[in-house]
Design a protein around this ligand. Structure first.
Ligand SMILES: *[C@@H]1O[C@H](CO)[C@@H](O)[C@H](O)[C@H]1NC(C)=O
Ligand SMILES: *[C@@H]1O[C@H](CO)[C@@H](O)[C@H](O)[C@H]1NC(C)=O
Ligand SMILES: *[C@@H]1O[C@H](CO)[C@@H](O)[C@H](O)[C@H]1NC(C)=O
Ligand SMILES: *[C@@H]1O[C@H](CO)[C@@H](O)[C@H](O)[C@H]1NC(C)=O
Length: 723
């Protein structure tokens, strides 16, 4: 009864306020939209302490909007509102859900209804909510990705029914959805009104989305329009075929950095229709298409760069070839004919600054290993001081926006910034990373990175449902840990990545020697996996050598014979699926077996010689025998592996700017700068965060001794465990 009274008081107060429409800085259609059937619009304006919202929906009944870390209704923070059909009085309730059932009223109401009205077709409501309400039944909002869930129904609820949690008519399967957003931060910039802007469409042509796979990644090479001099790319918009609105999930456009001998191959590929991304059918030279210049995800309207910068287009071979990756989500297995893609806007009127994209994080390799059954396992990519010192101009570079990139297991990411051993405010962070919402985040202010600064990309993974280790790789089931910073001026620094030193990795896991190859040779093998172009013959020799000593039989190499450029037919697709499943470097969750769980055959090819306890096991078998469910074990492994980094500072032509070197990442948690926003004043946290304790932040400076002790511990631990 108490709550009913409060609600009535709140609505009475709201009705008496004459409200002037606030300027909405952000607006989006929650049901995908892009002009095709989008109906539910959320507009908002972030302010210092709170956010103003407007919610419009085509219903005369109720409309609900909620905040969720996972996208599900259970465990979410929900606002339920409607306008009474008879009296015209608006109502709003601050609720939460503990399951997929009617929301429950919060003990404390923290959302202020400002205004509400319905006309013949729509309900429109405005309300205000603090970023952090200090209510454990509300989710603290901020710069993290938030899954905004929504639902609507045809009838007005009865307040008593709500309090009693019944009588709320179900919204049905179609009148609901989930949409990821960044609520804080500046709005995405839209197309400037200027003359001399041309467009270049990068899109599929009558691509037949197969009707027998629920997830399809299709990649295609494009050549920039024939330009005789440098132009600037200003921004992009999505082009979505009406039929595909519900199916095109994300699109990424990567710039290729081919070696000169690969250019004719890309030239030829540009006239063809593409290949299944990262499958054996994808030609190896496409792997040079690594730098994302456009990241679009469902719900985004596109993005334009600030007026003082542009990304060079058509300047040289480097900004000439691009790869479009389209992710189709097709759970109902419809056969679709698709022409979706991106419209790139560019101009010959050069802007003051050339912008570039700096890629930093963990080098893509199987050594970026994430154990199975982890709630939150952290890995670090490190860009050391000598790299920025040598390659950044003396005034530094200014970072405009950041794309954080990991794959399906990524749950939290940060781009950290260190100067003289002190931690500066994080450049970007997301505690609720959503693989399907890789929208770039424009920073509230440009951040200057000076020569000598260090950058740390921190990634937290959740693998509770995986039975086998996940390895670094290109497939979405494998993992990455990268951040891409749009900055100016452009420098010759293309990428600053790191990996666990090879020998350190194996010895940490208790292995001293393999048959047939010494550790320096194993090291060469792994250092080359990132760039298959250099001395492939060496690698071949090593592989043969390793094979001589193999004791296990392995699957034959996959034969992937989908002809390039052909529309995917039924039979070829079936073969492709079978081949993908058989491919040893493609782990399909829940379907892997011991053979399928190894990365690219490399770990399965290495047979342990020393220590004798593990003799004759392949490294893959060794990994599968580790006690991954023991928190003590995995947290120590996490700490030891995070403390040592071999860093590569690469120029745009893929040469190293400073010799690769090993660095120890110091414990930086102590140095948090004063300018870091104050921690939440609240006593309690939203319950969804409870299982996401920050296990390990700032890495340890654990010394060799503890590493040795650890690997000895592994040996002892595993020797007593029957294999
Ligand atoms: C009713 O309201 C909606 C949203 O507020 C608006 O788009 C629509 O044009 C309105 N309809 C009429 C008939 O005024
Ligand atoms: C893990 O599996 C369980 C049971 O199949 C499922 O309910 C849960 O949603 C899964 N969790 C993730 C993170 O995929
Ligand atoms: C390891 O394999 C080699 C060659 O097959 C064999 O001679 C040796 O006995 C095996 N060692 C152990 C400890 O199983
Ligand atoms: C890092 O420093 C903090 C603060 O002094 C300390 O509490 C923490 O134990 C240190 N972590 C490691 C791994 O040394």
């Amino acid at each position: 009864m108490m709550t009913v009274l409060l609600v009535v008081l709140a609505t009475a107060a709201a009705a008496s306020v004459v409200h002037r429409e606030p300027a909405w800085s952000h607006s989006t259609l929650l049901d995908g939209g892009l002009g095709h059937g989008g109906r539910v619009r959320l507009s908002w304006r972030p302010r210092e302490r709170d956010i103003l919202f407007q919610l419009e929906a085509p219903t005369l009944g109720y409309v609900g909007v909620g905040f969720s870390a996972s996208g599900g209704m259970a465990g979410s923070d929900i606002i339920l509102a409607w306008v009474d059909d008879r009296s015209g009085t608006p109502h709003l309730l601050d609720c939460h859900a503990t399951s997929n059932a009617a929301p429950i009223l919060d003990e404390q109401e923290d959302v202020k209804l400002l205004w509400g009205r319905q006309n013949g077709t729509h309900t429109c409501l405005r309300f205000r909510r603090a970023w952090d309400t200090c209510d454990h039944q509300d989710m603290a909002l901020g710069e993290d990705t938030v899954r905004v869930i929504w639902a609507m129904g045809d009838n007005d609820p009865v307040i008593d029914d709500i309090v009693g949690v019944s009588g709320l008519e179900w919204h049905g399967a179609h009148n609901r959805g989930s949409h990821s957003l960044h609520l804080r931060g500046p709005p995405v910039l839209l197309q400037p009104n200027s003359a001399d802007v041309y467009t270049w469409d990068v899109r599929q042509e009558e691509f037949i989305v197969p009707d027998n796979m629920d997830t399809v990644y299709w990649c295609r090479i494009f050549k920039a329009p024939g330009l005789t001099r440098k132009h600037h790319m200003l921004g992009y918009e999505p082009i979505i075929s009406p039929e595909s609105v519900r199916h095109v999930h994300h699109m990424l456009l990567y710039e290729c950095a081919p070696k000169s001998r690969q250019i004719p191959l890309l030239q030829k590929a540009a006239s063809e229709r593409g290949a299944a991304c990262y499958s054996p059918a994808m030609p190896p030279e496409w792997d040079s298409c690594l730098t994302p210049v456009v990241a679009w995800a469902v719900g985004s309207q596109g993005e334009f760069f600030p007026e003082h910068v542009g990304i060079p287009l058509g300047e040289d071979d480097r900004s000439t070839y691009f790869m479009l990756e389209v992710h189709y989500d097709n759970p109902s297995l419809k056969r679709l004919r698709d022409n979706s893609g991106l419209r790139i806007h560019y101009t010959p009127n050069l802007r003051p600054h050339d912008a570039g994209i700096l890629s930093t994080g963990i080098a893509v390799s199987p050594l970026h290993m994430i154990p199975p059954q982890q709630k939150a396992y952290t890995t670090f990519g490190y860009c050391p001081s000598p790299c920025t010192n040598k390659l950044l101009p003396s005034d530094g570079i200014k970072v405009i926006s950041v794309v954080l990139h990991s794959h399906m297991a990524g749950s939290r990411m940060e781009l950290r910034h260190l100067r003289n051993g002190k931690e500066l405010p994080r450049i970007a962070q997301d505690r609720h990373y959503d693989f399907n919402y890789q929208q770039s985040r424009r920073l509230p202010r440009e951040i200057t990175v000076l020569p000598g600064d260090e950058l740390v990309t921190e990634c937290v993974y959740k693998t509770v449902n995986r039975s086998y280790p996940t390895y670094g790789g290109y497939s979405t089931k494998q993992e990455m840990c990268l951040s891409f910073a749009l900055h100016y001026p452009r420098t010759s620094l293309a990428a600053c990545h790191s990996m666990t030193p090879v020998e350190y990795f194996f010895s940490t896991l208790g292995v001293q020697q393999f048959y047939g190859v010494d550790m320096p040779a194993v090291e060469r093998l792994f250092l080359k996996t990132g760039s298959p172009d250099n001395g492939a013959s060496d690698e071949e020799k090593l592989k043969k050598l390793v094979k001589l000593f193999k004791t296990t039989t392995t699957l034959p190499p996959p034969v992937f014979d989908v002809p390039m450029g052909n529309v995917w037919d039924e039979e070829a697709n079936q073969k492709a699926i079978l081949t993908l499943k058989a491919a040893r470097d493609f782990t399909i969750e829940g379907e892997g077996d011991a053979q399928g769980a190894g990365p690219g055959g490399l770990f399965a090819d290495l047979v342990i010689k020393e220590p004798t306890q593990f003799r004759n096991r392949t490294f893959t078998e060794h990994l599968l025998a580790l006690p991954w469910t023991e928190v003590d074990f995995t947290s120590r492994l996490e700490a030891v592996l995070s403390s040592s980094h071999m860093a590569f500072c690469r120029l745009q032509d893929d040469q190293l700017a400073v010799p690769a070197d090993i660095f120890e990442l110091k414990n930086t948690t102590v140095f948090l700068d004063d300018s870091e926003p104050p921690a939440s004043p609240c006593q309690h946290e939203f319950r969804e965060d409870l299982d996401q304790q920050h296990l390990f932040s700032g890495s340890s400076s654990l010394v060799m001794d503890s590493k040795l002790a650890f690997s000895v511990w592994i040996v002892i631990r595993l020797t007593v465990k029957p294999f």
